[in-house]
Ligand binder design. Structure first.
Ligand code: 1HN
Length: 346
């Protein structure tokens, strides 16, 4: 749809009303309301070995404490300077070196961590600690105190995903710093998984938050579930075998703004063309393969991160058994009733 032609009279009129902070809709309507999503976000892949080398260099330049969080932001090439990996989501890779602490704070933004390398560093969330392993999906709810520490002798790397651009858009950001670097621990290790992660709930439990009371979804357990399910050989043409991380109190997504998923693509599997309105960030856990995203071909291997923009057709081909973790703003689309997918004829 093209805008109505300019005429000298129209141009003069626009200039006159501009001084009154008025502007015509008909010159911008086509860009405001598009027939389908037209995103500035582009398909892209970040290789872990490159990120890792840069992170180690960053480790020599600044401590986790001074930085507050020692993170390199994964900026979408179509959204440079905006701290965004997609239009609504932020992602970065964080490094916590041995014996470091990333100090306690809390903020409106919801956060997820997906562990890339290391074993046994911890995060504390609202008085409870969890130790993290590669592939664990860990969450920090909006408003929850959180700090990270590494008592191991190896560096720990994880992918952070936050709803920063969304909260920024809504002008709803609040941040507080803790009075000490590490918050006081009030619950034993394993308390949340015992209370909420054993297919039971405390009898009088009434959820106080929209976010899941489980804050670590261990990879070993999720991976075992996929391995058991693969025996039934029921593959979805578009997704292989794809699971959604849930809030066990209500079956909703684990976080109100960010959905997270884990999928298995067996060796040789090629997915059917798929697109959806939720731009999605993928983190490869196991295996190698390629994805076609619009006109872009992305090859990937373990710990690489790649992004599929809103409504861009995607196919994945696994050259060996592959496991992909992913996250998106799908819960927001669903709550607003605007989520759409196109499975072709699959
Ligand atoms: C944050 O709190 C973390 O807790 C990581 O590890 C990245 C980026 C912006 C704002 C807060 C964390 C963050 C962040």
């Amino acid at each position: 749809m093209s805008a109505p032609a300019e005429t000298p009279e129209r141009t003069a009129f626009y200039a006159k009303i501009d001084k009154q902070n008025l502007t015509p809709l008909w010159t911008v309507l086509g860009a405001l309301i598009t027939p389908e999503p037209r995103s500035a976000c582009v398909p892209f892949v970040w290789r872990f070995d490159e990120i890792r080398a840069a992170m180690i260099e960053a480790g020599g330049l600044i401590t986790a404490k001074e930085a507050e969080r020692r993170v390199l932001i994964l900026e979408n090439p179509g959204l440079r300077g905006q701290s965004k990996i997609t239009t609504s989501l932020y992602a970065g890779v964080q490094l916590v070196l041995p014996h470091e602490v990333a100090p306690a704070h809390r903020h409106s933004q919801s956060a997820l961590r997906f562990v890339l390398e290391g074993s046994g560093a911890h995060t504390s969330v609202d008085g409870e600690r969890t130790e993290m392993q590669v592939g664990d999906f860990v969450i920090t709810p909006s408003g929850a105190w959180h700090d990270h520490g590494n008592h191991t002798d190896k560096p720990m790397f994880w992918l952070d995903g936050l709803d920063i651009p969304l909260i920024q858009f809504l002008d709803a950001s609040f941040l507080e710093h803790g009075s000490a670097d590490e918050q006081t621990i009030t619950r034993p290790l394993g308390d949340a998984p015992a209370r909420f992660g054993a297919n039971m709930l405390p009898v009088d439990y009434h959820p106080a938050k929209m976010t899941s009371p489980i804050f670590n979804y261990p990879y070993a357990r999720s991976r075992e579930a996929l391995e058991t399910m693969r025996r039934s050989q029921e593959w979805d043409p578009c997704h292989g075998l794809k699971m959604r991380y849930i809030n066990p109190a209500n079956g909703a997504h684990a976080m109100p703004t960010i959905g997270a998923f884990l999928q298995l693509l067996p060796k040789g599997f090629a997915t059917a063309r798929y697109r959806s309105t939720d731009a999605t960030v993928f983190s490869v856990v196991e295996g190698h393969g390629i994805s076609h995203v619009g006109d872009t071909t992305i090859s990937w291997g373990p710990k690489d991160t790649f992004v599929v923009p809103s409504w861009k057709p995607v196919t994945h081909e696994a050259s060996e058994d592959a496991v992909l973790f992913s996250f998106s703003d799908r819960p927001v689309h669903e709550k607003l009733g605007i989520w759409r997918e196109d499975r072709g004829n699959a």
